[in-house]
Design a protein. Structure first.
Length: 235
């Protein structure tokens, strides 16, 4: 049975051509009297669509939370045993992610019950991919945080030559570093992060997940982060 067809047939049975014309005229007159009716209707539709999308994303977060909240120990910041887990998807070459770096540092220093899980995702092209590979390759030699901070603070031209220089300055085994950058372990980490981002509809960086309570894309201020944190604490 076609419900669409049934509904259309019912409409035709209820309103004849003259009545439908009268309804159209009533709507036109109403818009002349109060044009905001149309904008209000459009706004209502948008709000409904936004609410539906938010519900869909939250359901996806709940369904994938175990993977989302899990990361190697070097990619967990703040309190590893914290009561509230916050997940951050970031691209090392993203301007907004770089802007957020000191804010996140202050946030973690202030809220000692937070466990922050970092997920590096290269979404801004080849330079992002190289930097992401470098961050995880450095992690295998105990320098994840140092490499991430250096690459997100510097404005040097991206590329392997610069990455080698940074690796040397961090006392890394450069040959191993370059091999690990292209190795399956690093690529698997990046693929997993990208898959998790896609699973919850991440469309840009940074994006924060405050527990399973809130998804917050874009650069945030401390006050906003604390509001989302409070929502996560309440569950």
């Amino acid at each position: 049975m076609s419900f669409v067809g049934t509904s259309h047939a019912a409409d035709e049975a209820v309103f004849n051509e003259k009545q439908r014309a009268a309804i159209v005229q009533i709507v036109r007159e109403a818009l002349k009297t109060d044009p905001s009716i149309l904008s209000d209707a459009i706004q209502s539709i948008r709000q409904q669509a936004s609410s539906q999308q938010e519900a869909h994303v939250k359901a996806a977060v709940r369904a994938n939370w175990q993977a989302l909240s899990t990361a190697p120990s070097y990619a967990v910041r703040g309190n590893p045993q914290g009561q509230v887990t916050v997940v951050e998807f970031l691209d090392p070459r993203c301007t907004y992610c770089r802007h957020m770096a000191p804010v996140v540092d202050q946030f973690l220093a202030k809220h000692t019950d937070v466990r922050l899980v970092e997920k590096v995702i290269p979404v801004l092209g080849d330079a992002s991919l190289l930097d992401a590979q470098a961050i995880y390759a450095a992690a295998f030699q105990g320098q994840y945080d140092a490499m991430r901070r250096r690459l997100m603070e510097e404005t040097a031209k991206p590329g392997m030559a610069h990455l080698r220089d940074v690796a040397k300055s961090l006392k890394l085994d450069v040959a191993r570093f370059e091999k690990d950058m292209k190795g399956p372990a690093v690529m698997a980490l990046l693929a997993a992060n990208l898959g998790q981002a896609q699973s919850v509809g991440v469309q840009g960086t940074p994006t924060f997940l405050f527990g399973q309570a809130a998804v917050a894309p874009g650069a945030l201020g401390m006050e906003q982060m604390e509001q989302f944190l409070e929502a996560a604490r309440k569950g």
